[in-house]
Write a protein that binds this ligand. Structure first.
Ligand code: NAD
Length: 518
């Protein structure tokens, strides 16, 4: 059986040799998932929600081991593995255990005209869904989709990134440990080829998180079977720093926003738009703070930034840095690879040429931030929006009402005011993008609805109160006039409505009395 050897990106040391899932075995995975899903969906929502609490217990009991696994395989500092992945997962489990029964309960739609009838929305599971994940938040991202899928009554085929399969298997382990019925979650191991083979198996929906290029391939392949997709793609997020901002606060926000997880964050602050009046002190202070960041292997609690996780991504930003250097962009600090090639020094670039480079326009996904300036609020909004991505934007200012006004003009899925990045980990708020950052939402009630079909049930309000509808056959003159007059009852003016009503009523009664419905 072919295997994949997963390695610690800080040292290159092997972690585990993991068997690859042969693509030809996928039909068996899907068959098992389909039969497990029937049993799982028949369970009450409350009971499925209770499983999430068992899962939370299993997660907490094995937290230290999971933190070590995440830091070893992905390279992020243990503190980030704990907060951004494990605590955020416990919080998500709590939110969905508590709220899913309410969110997915039947909902009544108030009737406008047909007062004798009622409509309910009834949510039901999609079936077997595929979760295809990236490596940068190897635990939280797939786990969030998995728990939402499960509580909604679906079975899941989960493919972790080929860069972080060991963590993917840990997710499977804790789900097994929590007593989840067999085969409602199955983890398969492999690269993009396996991802494509999963799509060919016609899952009922694909929840894909990854790059724009792969997202397009996923959507194209899914279109062959009309399989719906949720796409959580890349970002090139802008932070707007207004002239009244507290510089210490603003630079600390920019520092964490751009450098946490070594910038390997879809919502990383990659573009910093600073008002020209405060550009100089802002850059100086941010530079000083960058100099104090400590890089190193993640399995110590005394580092801030880990190594580069993905060689593929390293090639992307090295090319961007090279291009920026060739265009005489000013490197305020950083831009150098360590001698072992495992770390890129935290990098800040600026200068008038910057906006014409890929480093400013395209996703970098590394510890790099590009600074540019603006003179007016309109210019800041225009510059922030002038990008193909639309995931998150942040605004730093003391003037919250002005920030809110700006927020409402930004073409993104989330705007954070005086905060950065972190809402991506909240259970109760929606996460997702616009433009090339994808579509669909995850987390929150809105995210949970992505995991269900909706069935509209329309019925008599009182069991015996139903009759042949006046628009049924045969079509007759009184019927025609009645409905034509009904249209006038939609007029804006109450005088027109009142003038019409007696005619309408008279015609309608004639129609009912004289013209029998077929
Ligand atoms: P990627 O697109 O290279 O891979 C993502 C996943 O897709 C992997 O599991 C991979 O094996 C699989 N895959 C590759 N080719 C496939 C195919 N043809 N069919 C099906 N699956 C296929 O992305 P990555 O490098 O793992 O992750 C980094 C990207 O993810 C960045 O662009 C980042 O912005 C994005 N991301 C977005 C969010 C978000 O919430 N919007 C969150 C995290 C990461």
């Amino acid at each position: 059986m072919p295997t994949i050897l997963t390695k610690n990106p800080a040292s290159g040391e092997p972690i585990q040799e993991i068997e690859l899932t042969p693509p030809e075995s996928l039909p068996e995975f899907f068959a098992r998932a389909r039969s497990a899903q029937k049993y799982w969906a028949a369970m009450s929502l409350r009971k499925r929600a209770d499983y999430l609490l068992q899962l939370r217990e299993a997660l907490i009991l094995r937290a230290d081991e999971l933190i070590d696994a995440i830091s070893s395989e992905n390279g992020k500092p243990q503190f980030e593995a704990m907060t951004n992945e494990i605590i955020a997962s416990a919080d998500l489990l709590t939110f969905f255990a508590k709220n899913s029964p309410k969110i997915l309960a039947d909902q009544r739609i108030p009737m406008q005209l047909m007062k004798h009838r009622r409509s309910d929305l009834n949510y039901w599971p999609l079936g077997v869904v595929a979760v295809i994940a990236p490596w940068n938040y190897p635990f939280l991202l797939p786990f969030a989709d998995i728990i939402m899928a499960l509580v909604a009554g679906n079975a899941v085929i989960f493919k972790p990134s080929e860069i972080t399969p060991y963590i993917g298997l840990k997710i499977q382990e804790i789900c097994n440990e929590a007593g989840l019925p067999p085969f409602v979650l199955q983890t398969v191991i492999g690269s993009g080829e396996l991802g494509a083979a999963i799509i060919a198996q016609k899952p009922n929906k694909i929840f894909f998180t990854g790059s724009v290029a792969t997202g397009k391939k996923v959507m194209e392949a899914a279109a062959k079977n009309l399989t719906p997709v949720n796409l959580e793609l890349g970002g090139k997020d802008a932070m707007i720093v207004l002239p009244d901002a507290d510089l210490d606060y603003a630079t600390s926000a920019a520092l964490w926003g751009s450098m946490s997880n070594s910038g390997q964050v879809c919502a990383s602050v990659e573009r910093i738009l600073v008002h020209e009046r405060i550009r100089e002190p802002f850059v100086q202070l941010l530079k000083q703070k960058i100099q104090k960041l400590r890089q190193g292997p993640a399995l110590t609690q005394k580092i801030d930034l880990g190594p580069i996780t993905s060689d593929k991504q390293k090639a992307v930003y090295l090319a961007q840095i090279q291009e920026a250097k060739s265009k005489d962009v000013h490197f305020d600090i950083g831009g150098e690879l360590s001698s072992d090639q495992r770390y890129l020094s935290p990098t800040l670039v600026s200068g008038p040429q910057i906006e014409a480079t890929a480093l400013y326009q395209e996703e970098t996904f590394g510890p790099v931030a590009a600074i540019t300036t603006f003179k007016s609020i309109n210019e800041a909004i225009e510059k922030a929006n002038h990008n193909r991505y639309g995931l998150l934007a942040s605004i730093i200012t003391k003037n919250i009402s002005l920030a809110e006004e700006i927020a409402r003009q930004l073409e993104v899925g989330t705007v954070t005011i005086n905060e950065v990045v972190y809402t991506a980990g909240l259970g109760e708020t929606p996460w997702g993008g616009v433009k090339d950052s994808g579509f669909g939402r995850t987390h929150s009630a809105m995210g949970l609805y992505e995991f269900v079909n909706v069935r509209h049930i329309h019925k008599p309000r009182i069991s015996w109160l139903y009759f042949k509808s006046p628009w049924w056959f045969p079509y007759t003159p009184y019927q025609f006039v009645s409905f034509r007059l009904l249209l006038n009852l939609y007029r804006r003016s109450w005088i027109e409505k009142l003038k019409t009503f007696p005619h309408f009523l008279w015609n309608f009664l004639q129609f009912i009395k004289l013209e029998k419905r077929l």
